[in-house]
Design a protein around this ligand. Structure first.
Ligand code: GDP
Length: 445
């Protein structure tokens, strides 16, 4: 996944460092050299790498490290802080106009993920109670209007598009009319999808710039494909000069990109990354948090995003009930079944587990994690009677044999499930009562 190799190499560098007590200047230089190589190999722009390593080196040789109780830890902390800076520092949210409609214009190369992002954003805005209008101003690419139509339908959003068959329309006029239409129809947000080219070209820039002038957007979001590598900086600069933008959307962060674009764009353009797009589905959109991303890269874990995703997937009321049951020891296999079904909604378990601290070092276990396990567990519980689900203590030998047969599993599978359920219930009881669970075991699953 994105940042995989970079993350591995940085953690490896820090592991070597951790075995040392006091750090000599040579230790620091060695570490900085390794960080520099890792960043360059991850396609981070040279200017950014130079600046970053110079800052890390200076701080690592200074007092805060030599006086620290644990110098190695302090260096990791410095790298973390500087990484957050590179990624833009504080989180920046989408800004809305004081008087609606808020106009959001999208710009970027063809294939960067603009249209997909338009749908994702519309869906998220709808969820938050907005009434977005998608404007199809990409009249260059055949089929672009259609594609936006499909995306809008999936997102449950309204689209404004030129009548088909009218020959080549004027994207500037369509954009201006779209905003006017939104105003009349009381849409509080307008998302304008503009044309992209495979490479940066003057005509495209002029068109985008004209659309900007005609619609006076509150946000111009530059969508950039994280896989673009070393070209990221030039492309971003060209768009900054040609149209200028107020924020960045990183797309395809789920892919095998080396992450260079992500680590270069914000510091080279001085514009914040506002969203991360992490898949082809319309729900694969996350707000971008520089600090959480840095933690992910350094394998310090991204617990906050994990919790937010869990909260989105879990029904609030349901979660409350379950927490009470945990605390009072009333959690049953029936509840467990409900939890598993909710968990499936949460999408890839691997993606989730990858956000836990230290998980980067447990790659193999993650790779081995079998999402079908949830299905098997479900099958076993479904073969139990309601009474058995309520009170697993009644599960004697013959009942277990019956359940194994019914679910197509072995008695050992059934035994393991009951045992794991016990462990999970114990662990969750601790959490529900405000304690810290023993996560590394992950016995819950
Ligand atoms: P546009 O030309 O800029 O409008 O780009 P599109 O939205 O058409 O996206 C180009 C391709 O990238 C499509 O096949 C999308 O499904 C895919 N895509 C867009 N965003 C993402 C993402 O975040 N992750 C992945 N894996 N694919 C994406």
């Amino acid at each position: 996944a994105t940042f995989g190799t970079l993350s591995d190499r940085l953690t490896e560098t820090f592991r070597n460092l951790r075995t040392k007590g006091k750090l000599s200047a040579a230790d620091v230089d060695g570490t900085v050299r390794e960080i520099r190589r890792a960043l360059l190999d991850a396609d981070v722009a040279l200017v950014v790498v130079k600046d970053f390593t110079a800052k890390v080196r200076e701080r690592a040789l200074g007092d805060e490290v030599s006086k620290a109780l644990n110098p190695a830890q302090q260096v990791v902390q410095i790298v973390n802080e500087e990484l957050v800076q590179i990624l833009g520092g504080a989180q920046r949210r989408l800004e809305f106009a004081k008087t609606p409609p808020t106009v959001i214009m999208l710009a970027g190369l063809q294939g960067s993920g603009k249209t997909t992002f338009a749908g994702k954003l519309a869906k998220q805005l709808e969820k938050d109670g907005h009434t977005p209008l998608l404007v199809a101003a990409d009249l260059q690419r055949p089929n672009a209007v259609n594609q936006l139509q499909v995306v809008a339908e999936q997102a449950g959003a309204t689209i404004y598009a030129p009548e088909p068959g009218n020959g080549v329309g004027d994207p500037v006029k369509v954009s201006r009319d779209g905003v006017e239409h939104a105003r009349r129809q009381q849409h509080d947000v307008v998302i304008i999808d503009t044309a992209g080219r495979l490479g940066v070209d003057a005509e495209l820039m002029k068109q985008a710039s004209d659309i900007r002038k005609a619609t006076n957007p509150d946000e111009v979001l530059f969508v950039i494909d994280a896989m673009i590598g070393q070209d990221a900086v030039n492309t971003a600069k060209a768009f900054q000069e040609g149209v200028d933008f107020t924020g960045v959307v990183l797309s395809k962060l789920d892919g095998d990109a080396r992450g260079g674009a992500a680590l270069s764009v914000a510091s080279v353009t001085g514009r914040p990354i506002i969203f991360a797009s992490t898949g082809e589905g319309l729900d694969d959109l996350e707000p971008f948090y520089p600090d959480r991303m840095a933690s992910r890269i350094l394998d310090l874990g991204d617990i906050l995003t994990l919790i937010e995703q869990a909260q989105q997937a879990f029904d609030e009321e349901e979660a409350q009930k379950v927490a009470e049951k945990f605390a009072t020891d009333q959690f049953t296999l029936e509840d467990f079944l409900g939890q598993l079904q909710q968990m499936k909604k949460m999408g890839s378990m691997k993606k989730m587990l990858g956000m836990l601290p230290g998980m980067g070092q447990m790659k193999q276990q993650l790779e081995d994690f079998d999402e079908k396990e949830i299905d098997r567990t479900e099958a076993i519980i479904r073969s139990m009677t309601p009474g058995e689900r309520q009170n697993p203590k009644v599960l004697n030998g013959s009942r277990r044999v019956r359940i194994a047969k019914g679910s197509g599993m072995t008695v050992t599978d059934v035994n393991q499930l009951v045992q794991r359920f016990d462990q999970a219930a114990k662990m969750m009881k601790t959490v529900a009562r405000g304690g810290t669970p023993n996560i590394p075991g992950m016995g819950a699953m």
